[in-house]
Design a protein around this ligand. Structure first.
Ligand code: DQA
Length: 146
């Protein structure tokens, strides 16, 4: 199988961006760890980061041809991008929403997600481990269907 890990805006700065909230690991560190995890489950992983809404939307559309599911941290788009939400509901592959920080412990504007309702589930608050939990949840979902 194949899994796409999608990272939204500002996540290219992981490691240096508010590390007390988002951790000291870089995006490269995180992607490398996740690749090992996917290999253990016999899944091939691709990772993509963009600060651009349109690039993320196009990647979601394309993923349908290539991947079995997506683990997606939409960053701030989580809270207001109806276009990202519509992209998720336009494809038939499952999407897991993940966040490094516990969005419910933070500002009120982070407590609403416009994408949660079109994802199969969400993981928030476990730092980079949110992605590994997201991968495991996605794989379990995929294998329970096959
Ligand atoms: C985030 C939480 C969002 O509110 C924020 O805009 C981000 C990162 C997280 O991973 O905790 O960019 O998605």
């Amino acid at each position: 199988g194949r899994i796409l890990i999608l990272h939204g805006p500002n996540l290219n700065l992981l490691g240096e961006r508010e590390p007390e909230i988002y951790g000291y690991e870089t995006l490269k560190d995180i992607n490398e760890d996740l690749e090992g995890l996917c290999e253990d489950y016999n899944y091939q992983m691709h990772a993509f980061q963009s600060n651009s809404e349109s690039e993320l939307i196009e990647k979601i559309h394309e993923a349908q041809q290539i991947h079995d599911g997506i683990v997606f941290n939409p960053g701030a788009f989580t809270h207001y991008s109806i276009a990202i939400r519509d992209a998720i509901s336009s494809v038939t592959i499952p999407v897991v929403e993940v966040h490094l920080s516990n969005v419910y412990q933070r500002e009120e504007f982070r407590q609403h997600s416009v994408v949660s309702a079109v994802c199969i589930g969400k993981i928030t608050g476990f730092g980079s481990h949110s992605y590994s939990l997201g991968i495991q949840a996605l794989i379990q979902h995929l294998e329970s269907k096959s």
